[in-house]
Ligand binder design. Structure first.
Ligand SMILES: Nc1nc2c(c(=O)[nH]1)N[C@H]1C(S)=C(S)[C@@H](COP(=O)(O)O)O[C@H]1N2
Ligand SMILES: [Mo]
Length: 198
């Protein structure tokens, strides 16, 4: 029976305000610019490099030992689908950046395979961004960025780098993969910042 169509969690679709130009989807599309890497949890490592060149790394068990958050958030892809109430588990970037000495304003996020994306450090702080390793109560599947991806739900989803392995803190902003190809440097879905100049 299709009686649950249009109903999502506690919210009726009709009551939901989406960012301009977006439509709702119930499934979870996969968007990857290259092949899906298979990354072993035991050799997984995440490194923050500061503007001074100092590095701070976390291994898989160290990530799991940090305080865990369970954000439930709406996500918005620049290809116009939005998905509501996605449930994740991971570590707030506040916790990781707290352990790092830096006054840099910009971050360039790096992924296994060479994907990059940039955003202001400010957008990684104050409970706005996580390194997530679970989706919907299960280990994050490789196609969605497992073992660990960045989640920055207040920006278009291309900023949420899958297979994340590091963040470079920079004094000068540097465009990432899609930003170099004409996408917006910031990417706020509520201001419909899809392409450079929007
Ligand atoms: N490493 C990496 N991260 C990535 C991408 C990618 O191609 N490589 N695609 C981005 C884009 S454009 C989107 S919309 C989301 C898609 O996430 P999903 O495949 O889990 O839906 O991942 C983002 N993160
Ligand atoms: Mo995307």
């Amino acid at each position: 029976m299709a009686i649950t169509r249009g109903f999502r969690g506690r919210r009726l679709d009709a009551d939901v305000e989406l960012p301009p130009g977006q439509y709702l989807t119930q499934d979870f599309p996969v968007l990857s610019a290259g092949p899906t890497p298979r990354i072993d949890r035991d050799s997984w490592e995440f490194t923050i490099t500061t503007e001074a060149g100092a590095t701070h790394s976390w291994a898989w068990q160290q990530l799991l030992a940090l305080p865990q958050d369970k954000p439930t958030v709406d996500i918005h892809c620049v290809t116009k689908w939005s998905k509501l109430g996605t449930a994740w588990q991971g570590v707030s970037l506040d916790v990781l950046l707290e352990q790092v000495e830096s006054t840099a304003d910009y971050a360039l996020v790096h992924s296994h395979g060479g994907y990059t994306t940039n955003l202001p450090v400010q957008d990684l702080l104050d409970g706005q961004a996580w390194l997530v390793h679970q989706y919907d109560g299960e280990d994050l599947p490789p196609e969605h960025g497992g073992p660990v991806r960045l989640l920055v739900p207040h920006l278009y989803l291309w900023k949420s780098a899958k297979w994340v392995n590091g963040i470079q803190l920079l004094e000068q902003d540097e465009p990432g993969f899609w930003e170099t190809l004409g996408y917006h440097e910031y990417g706020d879905p509520w201001r419909e910042q899809r392409y450079a100049g929007d």
